[in-house]
Design a protein around this ligand. Structure first.
Ligand SMILES: [Zn+2]
Length: 113
């Protein structure tokens, strides 16, 4: 159900922006999605098709811009993309990380007519 509320807010924001632009139709919604967001594109698409019915976004396509995970080691400051779930710093082998990229989930832009 996580995706359901996210999809609802994606749609709400898109409709709001389209309203500001006085658009008659939303053709495309570009969504930025981090690898760590835990959000399934398929689920969002599924809910979107359901929720957008009877709105001006009914025929909009969703495009997902995936953001790879990037971490920064708190010990030595090395930034890296983890290639496994262990999250081991390649510089000092520490496991204390800050997430720099990867949790994104927002509308980057919408295209309207
Ligand atoms: Zn380190």
């Amino acid at each position: 159900m996580h995706e359901f509320s996210i999809t609802q807010s994606i749609l709400d924001i898109a409709l709001e922006r389209a309203g500001e632009d006085q658009a008659s139709r939303i053709t495309k919604i570009n969504v930025t999605l981090g690898d760590l967001s835990g959000i399934s594109e398929e689920c969002v698409q599924f809910y979107f098709d359901f929720l957008s019915k009877d709105t001006i976004a009914a025929e909009a396509s969703l495009a997902f811009d995936k953001v790879p995970t990037q971490l920064r080691c708190r010990e030595c400051g090395t930034t890296f993309s983890p290639d496994n779930s262990a999250w081991l710093c390649p510089g000092c082998k520490e496991q204390k990380m800050d997430i720099i990229f990867g949790r994104e989930c927002y509308i980057n832009s919408i295209e309207v007519e």
